[in-house]
Design a protein around this ligand. Structure first.
Ligand code: PMT
Length: 415
């Protein structure tokens, strides 16, 4: 099960209707998606379903009484209102909808709803005539104007004996609406991404090595942007000028070979791989165990090719790695001339889905800078040429391209 809602606090308000029993399934589903669920029940709800059921499912005490303050350090309804990333009222009776519309605060749920600044999602459930009543419709209209979201009631046999609209939407429908709402600001929630950063180090002896000017900033910006969009980020890090950002899993890989091993090992788990690292194409054939002594003559270093990691990923995908569900792959290309031709050539040869080219001759672009000038290419050619901007802004835009081309804008992450 994908932990799409990990780190999110959902306050679930349950009101007094027969559909209250479905709130138990809803609570259980949200917990299995990784959400921290805090349940508030109205007095009416407790007549239909026991608070102990919800306490057991949510693993938190259920709040039912505004004046039942168990912790002197906290005001419970304010605490819950502040903790919420989303407040869900399901089922929502005509009564709670009226209270919300008119700002009444006479119990735990209505006071919390007034105190919260979090988005609110309402799933109405009531008799068909009650739902159609102009008073209820007007109240729903007031709430909609205020930005409250709804999961529409279903049509069918109602508990009261009528057939018509008014049934609580199914728990899975409500969960989908919640995921949609919360994933809006965390569009990579539930995705595992692998980012490489920095310049590899190819040692000649214990104190000398071949490396390049990569500072790691571009890879760090990509990792931070993915982290902030909710992804589970693994950052495979070669030599960098600064420590890696917090909130991401860091794997150290000094040489091209170490980076190859680190990336290939984690590939089956990854939904996307973005290779911003500058990887050595050559390494010394001999790595001396002791410091090399200088001699009277010229020294010729013999170098051999490293494995091209990006190409290895492409081959692994073509050979059916991860049962044809291989990750979406983005390469980078640091170019000094013929940017488009070279970038497209790399994309085709290395078999990636997108390539981000930086013309490192441009002022403010490429190695070591806080800014970059990049162009994104797909197999069909140039997709976007971006202006000079911070590496973080470029990273945000690159993830947008990944989401669009990988088809993740709307599709649930694989579990
Ligand atoms: O780290 P910064 O200072 O912020 O600088 C950012 C950057 C300029 C390093 C970055 O934006 C960038 O362009 N990274 C790729 C640089 C590079 O190595 O380009 P390349 O054209 O040599 O390689 C093309 C692609 O193949 C890259 O994705 C590279 O990671 C990959 N590659 C290269 C060689 C190799 N043996 N294995 C690889 O996977």
């Amino acid at each position: 099960m994908s932990k799409t809602l990990a780190g999110r606090t959902i306050v679930l308000g349950i009101t007094g209707g027969i559909a209250a029993y479905k709130a138990a399934t809803l609570c259980s589903r949200l917990v299995s998606y990784g959400a921290d669920v805090r349940v508030i029940m109205t007095e009416g709800a407790t007549k239909f379903i026991a608070p102990l059921t919800l306490q057991t499912l949510s693993r938190h005490p259920v709040a039912t009484d505004t004046f039942d303050e168990r912790d002197a350090a906290k005001v419970q309804h304010i605490d819950l209102a502040d903790a919420a990333d989303l407040v869900v009222v399901a089922p929502a009776t005509a009564n709670i909808i009226a209270k919300m519309a008119h700002g009444l605060a006479d119990d735990m749920l209505s006071t919390t709803l007034l105190a919260t600044t979090a988005p609110v999602l309402v799933a109405p459930a009531m008799n068909v005539h009650m739902l159609a009543h102009p008073a209820v419709q007007a109240n729903l209209g007031i709430l909609a104007d205020r930005g409250v979201r709804f999961v529409e009631s279903g049509t069918g046999q109602l508990a009261c004996g009528y057939v018509g609209k008014g049934r609580l939407a199914e728990p899975d429908e409500i969960v989908a609406a919640i995921v949609g709402l919360l994933a809006g600001d965390r569009p990579l929630a539930g995705r595992k991404v692998l980012v490489t950063a920095g310049g590899t180090v190819e040692r000649l002896d214990p104190v000398r090595y071949i490396t390049n000017d990569s500072s790691g900033k571009m890879g760090f910006a990509l990792a931070e942007a993915a982290r902030d969009q909710g992804a589970d980020v693994t950052l495979v890090c070669a030599r960098t000028d600064a420590p890696p950002p917090p909130g991401v899993r860091v794997v150290k890989a000094e040489s091209a070979q170490e980076m190859l091993d680190a990336v290939m090992q984690r590939l089956p788990e990854a939904d996307a791989v973005v290779k911003a690292a500058a990887v050595a194409d050559y390494r010394p054939v001999v790595r001396h165990a002791e410091k090399m002594k200088k001699g009277p003559d010229k020294l010729t270093l013999e170098l051999e090719r490293t494995t091209d990691i990006l190409q290895a990923i492409g081959e692994w995908r073509r050979e059916g790695g991860a049962a044809g569900r291989g990750p979406f792959v983005v390469g980078f290309a640091a170019e000094t001339n013929d940017v488009e031709r070279n970038a497209l050539d790399k994309l085709r040869r290395k078999g990636c889905d997108l390539i981000v080219a930086n013309d490192v001759t441009r002022e403010g672009a490429g190695f070591g800078t806080d800014t970059n000038v990049v162009s994104v290419f797909g197999a069909e050619g140039l997709l976007e040429s971006m202006p000079l901007q911070s590496k973080r802004a470029a990273a945000e835009r690159i993830w947008q391209w990944v989401r669009e081309r990988a088809g993740w804008n709307g599709e649930a992450p694989r579990s």
